[in-house]
Design a protein around this ligand. Structure first.
Ligand code: URA
Length: 256
């Protein structure tokens, strides 16, 4: 490689690192351990700031959650859904996207305007930030699975109504069971409170694993909240480091 080529590589690496920093990532993971490698088996994982011991062994949670139905079965069952009023107001039903065998599932609240138009979750500004977080964790967006509690956009992005949750949330649970992930991340107050059936604030729920139908669930702040309050990205990254630890993605480098 010539001198110019070297300079270009360094410049693009610097741009990439700046982008990561903008997403709240100020440390990078060490090389990942292979799938099946023991989470936490590397000495770095035992740093003083390390997460409490994972609540459920990975293989067990996978066995406990595989339901026998496929995502296609569930999508077919939803059909042209009008089980609640949102069905008559949507442009597109936003089912979910990603790897049907994902080890990691992210669950948000409901589609926003851009998601409704595109039929894909988390494609707006908050979605772009989520994609950066996923990449910083060492995954591509299509390695993981992304969906929402509600499949249709509440008009004006209002909060979901109780009857809408009652109709829609069972499909999300079926998606999770069909995938059988090792970890679920609940994005924001609404998803965390709905999945964990609690009224506790997200600030109290985040930072530790909870049990969701036998699967470790990490609540964290919603990317839309991070767009408004970028200074809170550091807490999300702390949560994601715990998730990476559970997935054996290698311990994040300890800051010097
Ligand atoms: N916010 C959500 O909770 N989900 C989306 O898909 C987009 C924004």
């Amino acid at each position: 490689m010539g001198v110019d080529g070297g300079r270009e590589t360094i410049a693009s690496l610097r741009r990439y690192l700046e982008e990561l920093k903008e997403s709240g990532v100020d440390e990078l993971p060490r090389a990942a351990v292979p799938r099946g490698g023991k989470p936490g088996s590397q000495p770095e994982a035992a740093s003083p700031a390390a997460a409490p011991a994972p609540p459920t062994p990975v293989a067990e949670s996978q066995m406990a959650t595989t339901s026998g139905e496929t995502l296609d079965d569930i999508r077919r069952d939803l059909g042209d859904c009008v089980r609640c009023q949102l069905g008559n107001q949507r442009t597109n039903l936003v089912f979910g996207v990603g790897n049907p065998r994902a080890r990691l599932v992210f669950i948000g609240e409901a589609p926003g305007r851009e998601e409704d138009l595109k039929g894909e979750p988390f494609v707006g500004e908050a979605g772009q930030l989520l994609t950066k977080i996923i990449q910083a964790m060492g995954f591509a967006r299509n390695d993981v699975y992304i969906c929402n509690v509600l499949k249709c956009r509440p008009p004006g992005n209002r909060n979901p109504h109780h009857d809408e949750i009652v109709q829609c949330a069972p499909f999300m649970l079926r998606q999770v069971k069909a995938i059988g992930p090792e970890v679920v991340v609940a994005l924001g107050t609404f998803a965390a409170q709905t999945l964990l059936a609690t009224k506790e604030p997200i600030s109290a729920l985040r930072g530790r694993f909870h049990d969701y139908h036998g699967i470790p669930l990490m609540p964290t702040f919603h990317p839309a909240f991070l767009v408004r309050y970028p200074e809170r990205k550091r807490e999300v990254w702390e949560d994601m480091k715990q998730v990476m630890g559970l997935l054996g993605k290698g311990a994040p480098a300890i800051k010097g």
